[in-house]
Design a protein around this ligand. Sequence first.
Ligand code: AMP
Length: 209
Amino acid sequence: MIVVFLSPPGGGKGTQAPRLARQIGAEHLSTGVIFRSMYEANDPLGIKAHDEYWGKGQLCPDGITIPLVEKKLAELEGAVLDGFPRNIAQAEALDRMVKVDAVVSLSITEQTALERLGYRAECKACNITYGLANKPLNKGECNSCHGQLNMRNDDADAAIIRQRFEQYETKTKLLLEYYRKNGNLHEIDGNQDPERVYVDILRALRLDA
Ligand code: AMP
C-alpha cells in the first residue's frame, strides 16, 4: 500500500506518518529525514541541498529529490510517504513509479503550526522527541539526561519558517486539487489533538474496524 501525507510545516505528518506505517507494516519514507541525515553524514549532495535549499526554507530541486525517492521506493513493498510529493512534477513522477492508494492531507492554521514548531526538539543522546503535547520540563533541556535539546535549524529561524509556509502555499497546496481529481484525497483537521487526528486518519482510510 502506498499512502502519501501532505501538510504545511508543523502540520503533524512527521508524527502521524510513522505511526500509520507501523500499523500497516509499511516503511516510513520521509524526504526531510533523508535530506537531514545526508547533511549530518557530510554527504556532498546533502551539504549542497542544505546550503542552497532546505537550510533557506526552499524546496530542494526535483532533479535531486525525485531520484532519491525512486531509488528508495524500488526497494520497498509498501510505503507511507512523508514530505513527497511537494509539487505537481513530483506527483506526476510518483504516479509513474507506483500506484498511490491514498492521500492524507492534514490542514492546520499557521498560528497552531508556529506554536508547534516552537516546541519541536529532540535529544540526540536519548532519542526522545519533544513537542507541544510533550514539552520538556525545562525549555531546551532533556527530561531524561538533562542534556541540551536540538532544534531543526530550519525550525529555529522565523524567516526560514515563513519561506517554508510560502513554498507550501504556492507549490504543495496545488496537490490537493491534483489528488481530489483522482478521488483518493482524505482531508483531516490537523489542529486537533494528535490522538484524535490519528483516529480520523484510520477512519478515513477504513482501517478502524
Ligand atoms: P520536512 O522534514 O518534510 O519538513 O522537510 C524539510 C525540508 O526538506 C523542506 O523544507 C524542503 O526544503 C526539503 N524537502 C523535503 N521534502 C522535499 C521534497 N519532496 N521536495 C523538495 N524539497 C523537499
